[in-house]
Design a protein around this ligand. Structure first.
Ligand code: ATP
Length: 236
């Protein structure tokens, strides 16, 4: 579904991604892991079109999209749930969900998709008239994911969905990601919770200082001594 070939991205003079390549197959959950500042969000923002590539290609469903706008990519089905959720705090839950359906196809199907989203997140139904800023952290994350889903993603990119959540809510979020995957949505997952991310994904990439330093099947990465030492806090 997605092939990234040797992309380079800079912020001004500072090059942040150095020849990053990766692939996401249709129907997969793929993890991108790495420490703070490794370039994970930069990679997400480059796939969604918020950042420009300096070099390299991004191919989605057979088409080169690296020069397409963010909006065109959303219409094609690449939807990002950004780090820190980026909700509109003064708007209600319902209004935030409406914002997610801003392109024509999504607007047309909003009612039906909303129902599906509320089936996955019943708590959002209960709180649909509440201001988003007054939701708990876990509820806000559900809303951010729900807002992504009403945009009709083919590939949903989740940037650190477990950030700032208690261990129980982290588990909930990962269950939700699996549920979304079961309904047929491809997922690219950026996480610092390496263990849980590798448990639910089929493959993973490890990014360090803007380079992919390791890639493989998730069970192999979970078993890898270097990964254990560097990212799972296990002494070998
Ligand atoms: P975290 O897990 O902390 O969110 P990350 O892996 O997502 O980290 P990025 O946010 O992609 O990392 O940042 C990678 C590098 O690029 C960092 O050194 C960061 O300071 C820098 N950077 C990110 N955004 C910008 C920006 N808009 N302008 C300048 N530098 C930036």
């Amino acid at each position: 579904m997605l092939t990234i070939q040797e992309i380079e991205v800079s912020y001004g003079e500072a090059q942040t991604l150095h020849g990053v390549s990766l692939q996401v197959g249709k129907g997969e959950i793929v993890s991108v892991l790495g420490a703070n500042g490794a370039g994970k969000s930069t990679l997400m923002n480059t796939i969604s079109g918020l950042n420009k590539v300096k070099k390299g290609r991004i191919i989605f469903e057979g088409q080169a999209i690296e020069h397409r706008s963010f909006h065109e990519r959303v219409r094609q089905g690449i939807i990002q749930v950004p780090e820190g959720r980026k909700l509109f705090p003064d708007m209600t839950v319902f209004e935030n969900l409406e914002v997610g359906a801003y392109h024509r196809e999504a607007r047309k199907n909003f009612r039906a998709n909303l129902k599906k989203v509320l089936d996955i997140f019943p708590v959002l139904e209960e709180r649909k008239n509440q201001r988003a800023g007054t939701l708990s952290g876990g509820e806000q994350q559900m809303l951010a994911i729900g807002r992504g889903l009403v945009g009709i993603p083919k590939m949903l990119m989740l940037d650190e969905p477990s950030l700032g959540l208690s261990p129980l809510l982290v588990k909930n979020v990962f269950q939700v990601v699996e549920e979304i995957h079961r309904v047929g949505i491809t997922i690219l997952l950026v996480e610092q919770n390496v263990k849980l991310a590798l448990k639910i994904s089929s493959r993973g990439y490890i990014l360090s200082q803007g380079r992919i330093v390791m890639e493989g099947k998730s069970p192999d990465l979970l078993d890898n001594e270097e990964v254990k030492k560097a990212y799972l806090g296990e002494l070998t």
